[in-house]
Design a protein around this ligand. Structure first.
Ligand SMILES: [Mg+2]
Length: 357
């Protein structure tokens, strides 16, 4: 059976909410995020700001240099969450299979036509109209037969876009797709793909599965499939939280190991208390470091037993830290994440701890 999947993504979400709530900001380059003097980053910026080359995750100071007249606004998470509740209520009217990816984005499986509309496209149009009339904000939609294509399609004609890719057009759509538009291909992978001569979906399709797995590990099999328009992942309404982590941008760049360890200890304690509050224990500890030159690295390790203990987390974080350049390069961001909450592996592993005598 052919599925009908819609991906809905609000346009320049945080910035659009700010412009909606403060008419003086309309038509202007608005940056929601940290103050350029306090080493923050851009969370979202308005389309007017994007014309200057500003984008999410850029240092606010750099954004300021690109556009000194930009207006910096502190995030108001409560306002964004309120809109998020509104749009999720709208989604529920059209499908019982809604998978939010973040506050402003979700997949809907509308194969079962809850509102008896003519088509998935009509459904997407109606959802967009409802969002606009109830929140005063625009959203873009991608409509297709799987999650991968729907997600990529929603980004094709922003803002206020609607892109429909029916099954017949799927493979052609992917062939012409630049590799950096692939959902799941980040900056690092993009570089590697380009180095391997893969610029578009068509180039990707020429590679064998064995080659892609050798180069990209497990993700290689995924790339092989999506290059052919194959993505069987379900829209999962009860997606479980896959990781718990915290990170912090430092007041000033530092290279002093003791200070770094102190900050990491505080982060480990925060992560530990969130884990305990959620009754979760993780197997994999990940340390994230962003150097002063913005290069970001992660180091991970899987433990023999699941843990939520800050001391245990720190013991491993300390060893992971040794494998980074944190002693020679200055650091601007530190983070710790625990993931892999599944039960199976650790149970087997604990058995190994049974005494021999
Ligand atoms: Mg968005």
């Amino acid at each position: 059976m052919i599925r009908k999947i819609i991906h809905i993504d609000m346009d320049a979400f945080f910035a659009a909410v700010e412009q909606r709530d403060n008419p003086k900001l309309r038509g202007l380059p608005v940056i929601v995020g940290g103050n350029p003097k306090s080493r923050g980053v851009v969370a979202t910026c308005s389309y007017e700001a994007r014309k200057y080359g500003i984008h999410s995750a850029m240092a606010s100071s750099r954004a300021y240099n690109l556009c000194p007249k930009a207006i910096f606004v502190r995030p108001r998470m409560e306002a964004y969450k309120a809109v998020s509740v509104q749009i999720r209520d709208i989604f529920q009217n059209y499908s019982d299979f809604v998978e939010p990816l973040s506050l402003d984005e979700a997949f809907l499986d509308v194969t079962m036509n809850k509102m008896q509309l003519k088509s998935a496209t009509d459904t997407a149009i109606e959802i967009k109209n409802k969002i606009l009339s109830e929140t005063g904000l625009t959203a873009s939609a991608g409509v297709s037969y799987n999650k991968f294509i729907a997600k990529v399609a929603s980004d094709m004609q922003k803002p206020d876009g609607l892109t429909v890719v029916p099954p017949k057009a799927g493979e052609r759509f992917i062939e012409t797709l630049p590799i950096n538009k692939f959902f799941g291909v980040g900056k690092v992978t993009e570089k590697k793909m380009l180095r391997l001569g893969i610029k578009t979906g068509a180039d990707l399709k020429l590679k064998t599965k064995e080659f892609l797995i050798r180069e990209f590990g497990k993700a290689g099999a995924y790339y092989f499939d999506v290059a052919r328009g194959i993505d069987d992942r379900h829209v999962n309404p009860n997606r479980i939280r896959k990781s718990i982590g915290r990170e912090t941008t430092l007041q000033t760049d530092i290279s002093d190991k003791n200070t770094i360890m102190e900050i990491l200890s505080k982060i480990a304690e925060q992560v530990s208390s969130i884990l305990k509050r959620n009754h979760k224990k993780g197997v994999t500890v990940t340390l994230k470091i962003r150097y002063s030159d913005f290069k970001t690295v992660t180091r991970s390790r899987s433990l023999a037993e699941r843990t939520d203990d800050s001391g245990t987390i720190m013991k491993h974080v300390k060893e992971l830290l040794e494998t980074t350049d944190a002693d020679s390069k200055k650091v601007r961001l530190l983070g710790i994440t625990l993931s892999n909450f599944s039960r199976e592996t650790p149970v087997i592993m604990t058995q190994l701890k049974f005494p021999f005598y």
